[in-house]
Design a protein around this ligand. Structure first.
Ligand code: HSE
Length: 309
């Protein structure tokens, strides 16, 4: 009792273009900051330190839902106070709900003496994703907890593979519109053509091989999505223009970050990633749409804990 920890929980880019629900990676910027402690009072107290007005009722809050799953598995009476300062805007497509859910369970696990494995923590945190989007997907949660690029080979039963990755720069633009993951999922076609599926799994395998072998050309060739992007990209202003100019400037490729509206691009060096950022900004400036951009790198450590002062 009495120990207080600080949690830095990073943004994540799910899908990685071709790997809908099975690939995702963590980045260094942006990240949420949380403080957490065990309390004598049993149950969960959530305090919001940001202006997003998210629910503080643990049953309605993604971090609360994740923590409740952990507390059930713990099996003994316990209480937590969780103070959340979100920097990752909800509905931005860079894993805002995952950062809260995963951060809360990783923090609780540390306070309880690391009883649970990373895989168990992913399972608990997926309850937050279920609350946010109606589906237990792990492609934001897993990279948030494990760091780097993760492959979710299976959700039931959970089978997570952390991949080796070469150095990559990530440019993200978040147009100031909100796309709810549940909406972005509800518009998807439930059936796919075999010819498209063949191209898609070729790309997923190519991307995994490219990342493992540090083969940038193979990574670039594999960043293509035949199943999801054609439907979802209509929700994102100037999506095609941003993709086109980014590739012309030398980006390896990229696409919708998670369920959008953020768009991400991968580059092999910082100066390319910077020119991509400027070009993205110019496109939204021209159409008068507000945005935030991030120029960052892949975060291979995931959630970071420190003792709060
Ligand atoms: N794989 C999920 C989706 C990620 O695309 O719906 C949501 O962030």
């Amino acid at each position: 009792m009495g120990k207080k920890i600080t949690i830095h929980s990073p943004a994540t880019v799910a899908n990685m273009v071709c790997g809908f629900d099975v690939l995702g990676f963590a980045v260094h910027e942006p990240y949420d900051i949380m403080h957490m402690e065990i309390t004598e009072e049993l149950g969960i107290v959530i305090v919001n330190e940001d202006d997003f007005n998210l629910p503080t009722d643990p049953l309605q809050n993604v971090a609360g839902a994740a923590l409740l799953a952990l507390m059930e598995a713990y099996g003994k009476p316990v209480g937590f106070k969780l103070t959340i300062n979100k920097q990752i805007k909800p509905g931005s497509g860079v894993g805002s709900s995952a950062a809260s859910s995963a951060g809360a369970v990783v923090g609780a696990n540390a306070l309880l003496g690391n009883l649970f494995s990373n895989e168990e923590l992913v399972k608990f945190a997926m309850n937050g994703e279920k609350l946010a989007s109606g589906v237990k997907h792990a492609d934001n949660i897993a990279p948030c907890i494990y760091g780097g690029v993760t492959l979710i080979r299976s959700v039931f039963p959970l089978d997570i593979v952390k991949l080796n990755v070469p150095d990559l720069y990530v440019t993200i633009i978040h147009p100031q519109i909100e796309v709810k993951t549940s909406d972005a999922r509800s518009i998807l076609k439930q059936q796919v053509q075999l010819k498209d599926a063949i191209k898609q799994w070729g790309n997923i395998a190519g991307l995994v091989a490219g990342l493992e072998q540090g083969d940038y050309d193979l990574i670039g060739r594999s960043l293509e999505d035949f199943l999801i992007e054609p439907t979802r990209s209509i929700l994102i202003p100037a999506f095609e223009a941003i993709k086109k100019v980014s590739k012309e400037l030398g980006a390896l490729g990229g696409g919708i970050s998670g369920s959008g509206p953020s768009i991400f691009m991968l580059s092999t060096n910082e100066s390319t990633a910077k020119s991509v950022e400027l070009a993205m900004q110019q496109i939204y400036d021209k159409i008068g749409l507000g945005y935030h951009t991030y120029l960052t790198t892949i975060n291979t450590s995931g959630i970071l804990l420190s003792e709060a002062s």
